[in-house]
Design a protein around this ligand. Structure first.
Ligand code: ME8
Length: 516
């Protein structure tokens, strides 16, 4: 049963006020793995990422650097785009909120919210965090010993008083609560869902949705002294890229509403409260799900410029290699929880799961085939109980991984794949094909056939997580180009006896730490 329906998945769009860091890389890698998985599984995927270029934070950073906000955005947006290439992300588009198409979409959503009677002019007086680009209630902030007042994310807040348009968020409290109740999968994981529900239950105030004290933003239709609050602009990117509002007959309009927005836990409120309320107001369909991943911590500590432990993804990739890094983050961190990383942790994973695991299994079994079976995939003789059990385990992986990936449990999908690699190691050791060479070559061929078939399916399944290594492993078993997607999993795509194989080149070298 192949589901060929469309699947629209997004990352958050990052602030290009600096270069990308490992948290940005993590989100993109995870979202890419989900997009690739669905694509290989037959879905019609649209995968979007990009940069969020307006707002006070961008304007302030630009001023500090003595350049215009547009120059800052151009420079750093390019860094994010380059990072996507470096990480082998398969995004179908890269949106910048300074693009013309986005101005049109923002003006349109604003007009629709206003037409519904949800926008009115007033005055805002309250706390604002420029770092979070967020308004906070007094009771969400605290003044610390240093005399500075901080918001709930630990960033400083400042007092803001200005004329502003408001969005009638308070009118959506009950509708939002009903939506969460009727759609229990709307927010994941459960901790975030509970957090959002209690925030909404505690009472929603109307939201200030325009600013007048700076101008780096999208003008409010009909009142150009105001620029839209950056989050109205930012959230709308998801719909801009589909053309759903501005080009309803266009090729991408079918992708809205999104199947899933992948974001970090710090921005759940914007995505699970403000965004659905804006969409309800504008009469637009809501995304199916918002899933918040956790934060990456460097050896258990928060990354910060002052601690000097902000890791540049470019360095990490050049040190360990891309696929090992992708694998490490996806396997090590329970998706949805915070995760810690360290050089030692990365090295251990690479060596145990990749070099000693799948790498070793592939090279031992395939080099035996090349040496002992005329360099061709051997015949598969009568299957023993052990052979059948081994094939049944690998054949079951498609359903298991589909289920886990459907719940964004990326680490569990990978754990299931690696568990089958370990099972195949035990099978291979137990059947000892090297000892059968003289005594029972037909049986040796069958054991090697079964092992190579396990390698083939594991390789197909690893592609979403490690695209290049998955494809190298598929080259080793000479998988044809049209037999590399999930339709070729299980019995449908079994290895063909007699297919010539080359001596296997190593796919996962052991990591050896450079001498201090
Ligand atoms: O929030 N670990 O942009 P951003 C994991 N422009 N994820 C992290 C992280 C870390 N240490 N640090 C940040 C914004 N992130 C807005 C989004 S969407 C319409 C607008 C994640 O550059 C963060 O949670 O601050 C967010 O999902 C993404 O990186 C971009 O963060």
């Amino acid at each position: 049963m192949t589901d060929t329906s469309r699947f629209y998945i997004t990352t958050a769009i990052s602030y290009p006020n600096g270069k990308p860091h490992i948290g940005h890389a993590y989100e993109l890698i995870a979202t890419d793995a989900m997009a690739r998985f669905q694509r290989l599984d037959g879905r019609d995927v649209f995968f979007l990422t990009g940069t969020d270029e307006h707002g006070q934070k961008m304007q302030q950073t630009a001023r500090k650097e003595g350049i215009s906000p547009r120059e800052l955005a151009d420079r750093n947006s390019k860094e994010f785009r380059d990072m996507a290439v470096l990480l082998n992300a398969s995004n179908d588009d890269f949106i910048r909120t300074t693009e013309e198409r986005h101005y049109e979409a923002c003006a349109e959503i604003w007009r629709r919210m206003a037409a519904n009677g949800d926008i009115y002019k007033g005055g805002y007086a309250g706390w604002y965090s420029v770092r979070d680009e967020a308004y906070y209630q007094e009771n969400e902030t605290e003044k610390r010993e240093d005399g500075v007042r901080y918001g709930p994310q630990g960033t400083p807040v400042e007092w803001v008083e200005e004329e502003s348009y408001f969005f009638k968020l308070s009118a959506y409290q009950d509708r939002l609560l009903k939506h969460y109740e009727d759609n229990p999968d709307f927010i994941g994981p459960a901790e975030r869902r509970n957090e959002v529900i209690s925030f909404v239950k505690s009472g929603l105030k109307d939201l200030s949705v325009s600013r007048t004290t700076f101008d780096w933003g999208i003008p409010v239709p009909g009142d150009p002294d105001h620029v839209m609050y950056v989050w109205v602009d930012a959230l709308t990117n998801y719909i801009t890229a589909t053309g759903y509002m501005t080009d309803p007959e266009g090729p991408r309009a079918k992708y809205w509403p999104a199947n899933i927005h992948i974001i970090g836990k710090d921005i759940i409120r914007f995505h699970a409260v403000y965004w659905p309320a804006f969409l309800m107001s504008a009469g637009l369909p809501l995304p199916e799900r918002v899933f918040a991943h956790g934060f990456l911590l460097n050896k258990g500590e928060k990354m910060s410029k002052s601690l000097g432990n902000v890791v540049d993804p470019v360095n990490l990739v050049s040190h360990f290699g891309l696929d090992p890094i992708r694998y490490f983050f996806l396997r090590e961190v329970s998706f949805g929880q915070d995760g810690s990383y360290s050089e030692e942790g990365i090295a251990t994973r690479i060596n145990s799961d990749l070099a000693n695991g799948i790498g070793n299994l592939a090279s031992r079994s395939l080099s035996m085939i090349v040496k002992n079976c005329d360099g061709k995939v051997p015949d598969c003789g009568d299957l023993s109980e052990a052979d059948r059990a081994m094939l049944a385990s690998v054949d079951a992986l498609h359903a298991i991984t589909r289920e886990e990936m459907g719940k964004q449990q990326i680490h569990k999908a990978l754990a299931a794949i690696i568990a089958v690699v370990s099972e195949a190691d035990r099978y291979f050791a137990g059947e000892a094909p090297w000892a059968l060479k003289k005594t029972d070559p037909v049986r040796m061929g069958t054991v090697l056939y079964v092992t190579a078939e396990v390698v083939r399916q594991i390789a197909i399944l690893l592609q979403p997580f490690m695209p290049e290594s998955g494809s190298k492993l598929l080259n080793l078993v000479a998988a044809p180009a049209d037999k590399r997607d999930f339709a070729a999993l299980g019995e449908a795509g079994r290895l063909v006896s007699g297919t010539p194989l080359e001596a296997p080149a190593p796919v996962f070298p052991r990591y050896v730490a450079p001498e201090a």
